[in-house]
Design a protein around this ligand. Structure first.
Ligand SMILES: Cc1cc2nc3c(=O)[nH]c(=O)nc-3n(C[C@H](O)[C@H](O)[C@H](O)COP(=O)(O)OP(=O)(O)OC[C@H]3O[C@@H](n4cnc5c(N)ncnc54)[C@H](O)[C@@H]3O)c2cc1C
Length: 463
């Protein structure tokens, strides 16, 4: 029967229907390497029509359809358990920049790296770029897309001017904030639950050619947070990036066990764009900040700045960290509880979480995003906090248990999870994640995916 189904669908689409062993293996895991699910077969669509035809076929046969782009999420969001897996990377790449109108339009499988390359001649840049340029425009806008300029502009999804969507019934719908607005506002950040984005139009802004980054170091989280509000509130700089960095202090006894511990320091990178003929006034930018040391200043082109994290990813691949399991806990805390939470967690973070990984601190305005599916605490300012370990498989059960406990504490302190990471929500926590919007989310799921076939098995909807 499987062969018949595959042949039938193959006759209806231009792209490829396949069960190649290598591809099935590749798409049975994501970057998390925690969840394994194998699809019945994979569809590699060429066009929006192929995607729509695949969805219609799935409805006729009672199969599910999961959408996968480059698979950089960590909870199995883009995997399929016995259904059809749509590999969005194979949509015919189509990227058009309109410099006068200030937008680009692209098919969903286009990589952000290619968008950046196309923009170099135009002195234009997407208002928000994530750290990872090997993700697709459809994949990040389906999740949100957060970056070091989000405090000013919100998410990448907020920059979308229009999206072409295939719904759970196989209808092709062009959506803008005015036309089919309900679908527009829910497919963006909708983690593939209400429709499949096949094409999008995305805002650009003019940029200056150069970026100067001040590498500042803080030894006190509270002081860092005060300065962050100062920097963000006055829009003093263009980009803000921070993290927590351990200075090992030897061993001490924690719950009866000798354990290494660290003094945590907080690097802060603030970056301003500039024209080479008018370099920034360093004194003015740094005035009134309470850092412990000004470590370094770096100038580079604004496009190279966008690629600044690439050497870290290359290192992760080289040392094997990339292939480990990644139960990345990415949460967004209300400002009022953020310092207590971060300091409490870092105080006793076990060593397995310190090696190789990264502890991110991501400050933002709390109400800058207009995307209803991107859930953040109701707070003027919010602090993203990401513990991003690479765990050898043998140590995974203990790590997952710890993340569950840290997640539980975070939720009690008013946090939400960023949905690309490891999300250990139970049903009640999913409800709380969406808050007042939960009944609407369930109703829209029934409306746009009435057969419940799009990316099933993750969010436990009502009825
Ligand atoms: C090293 C690394 C660095 C990262 N840095 C950042 C960062 O700085 N900021 C940030 O915000 N995130 C970051 N992420 C997370 C990453 O941006 C998200 O996981 C993003 O969703 C990945 O995009 P993708 O193209 O790989 O999509 P996938 O992981 O394949 O898919 C993600 C989700 O979107 C759905 N989906 C994919 N394409 C479509 C589509 N066309 N239509 C509808 N649904 C779709 C999938 O079903 C899935 O639910 C990082 C991840 C890694 C591994």
């Amino acid at each position: 029967m499987l062969e018949n189904w595959m042949a039938e669908l193959q006759a209806r689409i231009e792209g490829e229907v396949t069960r190649s062993t290598d591809l099935l293996t590749e798409v049975s895991e994501d970057f998390g390497h925690i969840v394994t699910k194998t699809p019945r077969f994979v569809v590699r669509p060429r066009s929006t029509r192929d995607v729509a035809e695949t969805v219609r076929f799935a409805v006729e046969r009672g199969l599910s359809v999961s959408t996968r782009a480059t698979g950089h999420s960590e909870s199995g969001q883009s995997l399929s358990d016995g259904g059809i897996l749509l590999d969005m990377r194979t949509l015919t790449p189509d990227l058009h920049v309109d410099p006068e109108a200030g937008w680009f339009e692209a098919s969903a499988g286009v990589l952000w790296r290619d968008v950046l390359t196309a923009l170099r001649p135009h002195r234009l840049i997407p208002p928000v770029l994530t750290n990872n340029m090997n993700t697709t425009v459809g994949g990040t806008c389906s999740t949100a897309g957060l970056g070091v300029a989000s405090f000013r502009y919100g998410t990448q999804a907020d920059q979308c001017l229009a999206v072409e969507v295939v719904t759970g019934t196989g209808d092709i719908v062009w959506c803008t904030p005015e036309e089919n607005a309900e679908l527009f506002y829910h497919v963006l950040c909708g983690v593939g639950q209400f429709g499949i984005i096949t094409r999008l139009r995305h805002r650009l802004r003019p940029c200056r050619p150069m970026a100067r980054t001040y590498y500042l170091l803080y030894d006190d989280l509270g002081r860092l947070m005060e300065d962050l509000v100062d920097l963000m509130g006055a829009d003093r700089v263009d980009y803000i990036e921070a993290w927590a960095s351990p200075a090992p202090q030897g061993f001490r006894t924690v719950q009866g066990r000798r354990q290494p511990f660290a003094l945590w320091l907080y690097p802060l990178h603030v970056t301003v764009e500039f024209d080479p003929e008018r370099p920034p006034d360093d004194g003015a930018y740094l005035a009134g900040l309470h850092f412990y040391r000004h470590v370094h200043t770096e100038d580079q082109s604004v496009y190279d700045f966008a690629l600044r994290v690439e050497p870290l990813f290359a290192l992760w691949r080289q040392i094997g960290y990339w292939d480990n399991a990644h139960p990345w806990m990415e949460i967004i805390l209300p400002w009022a509880t953020a310092q207590t939470y971060v300091e409490t967690v870092l105080r006793d973070l076990p060593p397995v979480f310190l090696g190789g990984g990264h502890v991110l601190i991501w400050p933002s305005r709390g109400r800058i995003s207009k995307m209803p599916m991107f859930r953040v605490p109701d707070s003027d300012w919010v602090l993203g906090f990401g513990i991003l370990p690479g765990i050898p498989k043998a140590a995974l059960p203990g790590a997952l248990d710890l993340i569950r406990r840290l997640s539980h504490l975070a939720l009690q302190m008013g946090a939400t999870h960023y949905l690309s990471g490891w999300v250990p929500y139970d049903k009640d926590q999913w409800r709380r994640h969406f808050g007042d919007a939960w009944p609407r989310v369930c109703a829209l799921k029934r409306k746009y995916d009435p057969h419940g076939i799009l990316n099933p098995g993750w969010i436990p909807y009502d009825g």
